[in-house]
Design a protein around this ligand. Structure first.
Ligand SMILES: Nc1nc2c(c(=O)[nH]1)N[C@H]1C(S)=C(S)[C@@H](COP(=O)(O)O)O[C@H]1N2
Ligand SMILES: [Mo]
Length: 331
């Protein structure tokens, strides 16, 4: 983000589609439901089913079972980005600054054994092994828009559960106001860790109410499978109403604090990347407009860009958390 203007980021691969062989299964299921007399409900849920059919797993990684999310507004009906695009056009600076670098280099990441330390202002600080985290709460499907501060976006079918499920188990103290996220930083397997591109480890933070919001997702998978390394395996954050850089990949530590945590991009360029970083078409980046975005794999180089939505389209769910705040000041 620091080194490139968004205009330079057009070298993504051609659109690619994931074939949905399970569309059939969904049709059969619909017919069965109709035969059982549940036709109304079946038709009402057709759009959602169709969206889920798009998530048929690509078959490259281990499958990750999931159920439909009960969280309000957790899935957009927009067309899902192709798996090849979502896994080959990434930001994961530990592996390089080019969009192709994470897919090329992240195979060195060792995701087992893995654990996450949850500490700070909590009654029950402790380490959670990945195996326990995978069983902590039901895995849900959530089809979120992800909007990068650089001006591109994707629609990704994530699998995970609300971060609040984990946080409530450690019992946050009344004095906890913020949550700091620390990601993996291993110079032996991550070529840019140790370089001066960013300060490592990559750090992010949220206010406690943002972290506890049901839309804030602790993601373990996407497209029906465990996360590919380049997308933040084995677990990452996804905060859909904020610019993509708030969604830290390959988390190792979660710390509750009473002070606003430092974040990697704020440290690198405070005037460009504030703590809040809510998607806001009315607040320009100092070097470019944030009013529009390009949907990866869908909108060609010369296609008309789409308008960026306030809070990335999640205003109804999250807007009240910022009532009365000057969003130009708290950018
Ligand atoms: N650890 C770490 N997490 C990170 C980043 C990073 O460089 N390192 N990049 C962020 C940025 S800028 C974006 S846009 C998203 C991209 O997620 P995706 O590759 O799954 O689309 O990851 C975020 N999480
Ligand atoms: Mo980003």
């Amino acid at each position: 983000m620091l080194v490139k203007s968004p205009q330079q980021n057009f070298n993504h691969p051609l659109p690619s589609e994931i074939t949905p062989p399970h569309v059939y299964a969904h049709r059969r299921e619909l017919l069965r439901m109709m035969a059982a007399g549940a036709a109304g409900a079946a038709i009402a849920s057709w759009a959602a089913r169709d969206a889920r059919a798009q998530m048929t797993r690509p078959g490259k990684l281990a499958p990750l079972a999931s159920v439909k999310s009960a969280v309000a507004g957790a899935s957009t009906v927009e067309r899902v980005t192709g798996y090849a695009d979502a896994t080959s056009y990434n930001n994961f600076y530990e592996f390089g600054t080019d969009k192709e670098d994470p897919a090329r280099h992240a195979h060195t990441l060792r995701t087992s054994p893995w654990g996450v330390e949850v500490e700070g202002l909590v009654r029950k600080p402790r380490r959670f092994d990945l195996e326990e985290l995978l069983r902590l709460a039901p895995m849900e499907d959530r089809i979120y828009r992800l909007r990068c501060v650089e001006g591109w976006s994707m629609v990704i079918p994530w699998i995970g559960y609300s971060l609040g499920e984990l946080l409530k188990r450690v019992e946050p103290l009344g004095s906890a106001k913020y949550v700091e996220f620390v990601t993996h930083a291993d110079p032996k397997t991550m070529p840019l860790v140790g370089s001066r591109v960013l300060a490592w480890p990559y750090l992010e933070g949220l206010r406690l109410d943002e972290a506890m919001h049901p839309l804030t997702l602790l993601a373990f998978g996407m497209y029906g499978e465990v996360l590919p390394n380049q997308n933040g395996a084995p677990l990452r954050l996804v905060v859909p109403w904020k610019y993509g850089f708030k969604s830290g990949k390959s988390l190792v530590k979660i710390r509750l604090t009473d002070r606003q945590p430092a974040t990697a991009w704020n440290r690198a360029a405070a005037s460009e990347y504030g703590f809040y970083s809510n998607v806001n078409p009315a607040v320009d980046h100092p070097r470019w407009s944030q009013a529009t975005e390009r949907r990866i794999g869908e909108d060609g180089l010369f296609a008309k860009k789409r308008k960026t939505l306030l809070f990335n389209g999640y205003e109804a769910q999250v807007g009240q958390m910022y009532a009365g705040m000057d969003l130009k000041k708290f950018y």
